[in-house]
Each structure stands twice: as structure tokens, then as C-alpha cells.
Design a protein around this ligand. Sequence first.
Ligand SMILES: Cc1cc2nc3c(=O)[nH]c(=O)nc-3n(C[C@H](O)[C@H](O)[C@H](O)COP(=O)(O)OP(=O)(O)OC[C@H]3O[C@@H](n4cnc5c(N)ncnc54)[C@H](O)[C@@H]3O)c2cc1C
Length: 363
Amino acid sequence: MRMNTDVLIVGGGLSGLALACQLQTAQVDYHLVEARPWFGGRIDTKYVEAGGQKGYFDTGPTWFWPGQLRIEKLIRALDLTPFLQYADGELTFEDEQGQVMRGRGYASMAGSYRLEGGLSALVDGLKQQLKAAHYSLGLRVTALQQSADKITTTCIDADQKEHSIICNRLVLALPPRVAIERIQFSPALPPSAKEAMEGIPTWMAGQAKAIAIYERPFWREAGLSGDAMSRTGPMVEIHDASPARGGPFALFGFVGVPVAVRQQNSEALRQAAVHQLERLFGPDALNPMELIVQDWACEPETATPLDYAPHYNHPAYGLPHALANLWQGRLIFGSTEVAPNFGGYLEGALEASEIVLKILLPS
Ligand SMILES: Cc1cc2nc3c(=O)[nH]c(=O)nc-3n(C[C@H](O)[C@H](O)[C@H](O)COP(=O)(O)OP(=O)(O)OC[C@H]3O[C@@H](n4cnc5c(N)ncnc54)[C@H](O)[C@@H]3O)c2cc1C
């Protein structure tokens, strides 16, 4: 395949998809390439059927919050339904010795919102708006070459076949660290730009989530919210992850074990997670119908080894000066990590796409 387009968007996560929809509405000639065989990037909802019910379980992002107006508007436009994080009942706390205490506070994510159908419903809604001729799934960008007034992009498909796309402007709607680690830039980017890209942490990229799925919400029946904080682990923070209505029901936790350790013995991690749930929520927790462990650090389209170190605070995001106006303004950054106000979040992905649209279509 050899193709020409005005704007090439690299990355079909929320930021790339939202931008593609806006360019389509504005009748700009664009093409969107996504390395994975599906859209969504860090958004990934798994569907599990049990007892005649189909549950949806978010393995990436879960929540959005009041005051995030772009995501609220998108949810309305797609006619989707938000619901409040389940938060009735007591929080459970496990100390360093594995001693479990109840009634140590309320659910820590009370007031946060989730989406009926899971957050992939957003992705599906956006995808449906795109014309199939304007996107390619399973096409990985490996190299970018700038010439006088164009950028030539080399991509490979699942069969390792090479394709070339020539564009006037290119939007990197993927984490800057992934871009600099996995894409070859020719001519090479200035050292300040390379350093800036490596210095932007990809939000949550080093995280793993474990989701245990059950037929009954036995913790709710026992007056527990499903929220737990643990200093023993392997999960450090646990929440109810059940669908808005009906089952199957679920608890999910963020795994606090370092990347190298959890990758060495994933079976031991799974067993330890279930035993921890038993300590916190009782013997009913011992036999989940399914246990999903999603380790984002193992996903080359999301994480690089620089992301393995944990963050203790939300990083300051926004576009670093060194990344503005590269390749005569043809190379544009557009993932959540460059959003100035909501960087790192879903809202930031939409904020970034809005800013890129203004660059591409100045009024
Ligand atoms: C475990 C976890 C929990 C989270 N929790 C929350 C939460 O509760 N609330 C919240 O607001 N945010 C949360 N986030 C963050 C949220 O997921 C991100 O802000 C958002 O999904 C980023 O979207 P994006 O499109 O900017 O980037 P991404 O989703 O990373 O999309 C980038 C896309 O680029 C593609 N790509 C990569 N390399 C290439 C290549 N070479 N060629 C072509 N395509 C490529 C990738 O496959 C991907 O689809 C969480 C993230 C994780 C991982």
C-alpha cells in the first residue's frame, strides 16, 4: 500500500479517535493508523458471560470525575449512560502484618463515575462515526522521514509487510515515550526533543490490574463497599468493579508488586491476589469464576522500561517547549500526556485532540 493524505494520525486511542472524528466532520483529508488490531489503546473493556448475564470489566481506565466537561459532552453525544462507583458500606484495611480491620473509613472513590457497558463503549461509539477507508488497524508505524514539504511514514502490518503513507502533517497520538523508543525519526530529532519525550511519564503505563469476577456480590451482602487499602499486597488498592446493574460482580485491585517480580511469576501473583481477597472479604472470595490480570507494563504500544518505576504523584503534563514546532510544525504531539490541564486522564486525551484540531485548522 502507498497512500497520500493531508493529516496522518498515529494511534487510535481516545485522543486519536476523537481527533479523527473531528477532522471527518471538518471534511479534512486524514488517515488514522493503529498498531493493535483494535482501537482504544489504554481503554480496554473485557466482557465475561456467566449465569446468563454479560458483565463488562474495565482493565484500563475505570473512572471520570465531575468537572471533566469534555468527557461528559462526549458521553451525551454518544447517548451513553454514566453511573456512580459503588460505594455503600465500609472500607477494609490490611496492615503490614496482614491484619484486617473493617470500618476504617468510606469508599475512597465515592463520587467517581463509571460508564455503562464499560469505557470501550466510548471507543465503539467513536469508531462507528469513522469511514472505514480512513483508518487502518494492525498497522504499526516504524519510521518517519521528513523531506522538503512532506513526511513519509513507514508502517508494517501483521505479516511484516511494509507500507508507506505520505502526509503533509502528522499527529503522534501515542505516548511520547513509546514514540521515541519505537519509531525511527529521520532526520533525528534534536537531543532536547528526544530528552523531553523520554522525560514524559506515560500515565499508568507501569500498572497492572487484577479483576476477580464472582456470581454474587458477597462483600456487599456483608456490608462492605469492596474498597480496601492494603500494606501487605499484592494489591494495594481494591474497589468494586461490578456492572451498573446485575452481575456477574467483581472486585478489582491495582497490583503493587514491581514489574520485574510480577513478570517473573505471573501464576504466583494470581494465587496471591486471590488469597488476599479471601483475607479481606472472606472465604467466598477464594473461587472467582474468572480472574483477569492485565499488565500494562507488558504492552509495547503503551509502556517502555522507563515506565516501570512507580509514580508517587500525578506528573505535571503539557507540551514541553522542545516539542513545539518540530519539522516546521508538521510533527504534532496529541496524546493525553501533552494536555496542559487534564494530562494523563481520559479528559486530557480529549483536551489534547481539541488543541491539535486548533493547530490543524486555525480559524
Ligand atoms: C491501568 C490504567 C488505569 C487508568 N485509570 C484511569 C482512570 O480511571 N481515569 C482516567 O481518566 N484515566 C485513566 N487512565 C489513563 C487513560 O487510560 C488515558 O488517559 C487515555 O486512555 C489515553 O488515551 P490516548 O489516546 O492519549 O493514549 P493511548 O490510549 O495510549 O493510545 C495510543 C494509541 O497508539 C497506538 N500506538 C502505539 N504505538 C504505535 C505505533 N508505532 N503505530 C501505530 N499506533 C501505535 C496504541 O496501540 C494506542 O492505541 C488509566 C490508564 C491505565 C493504563
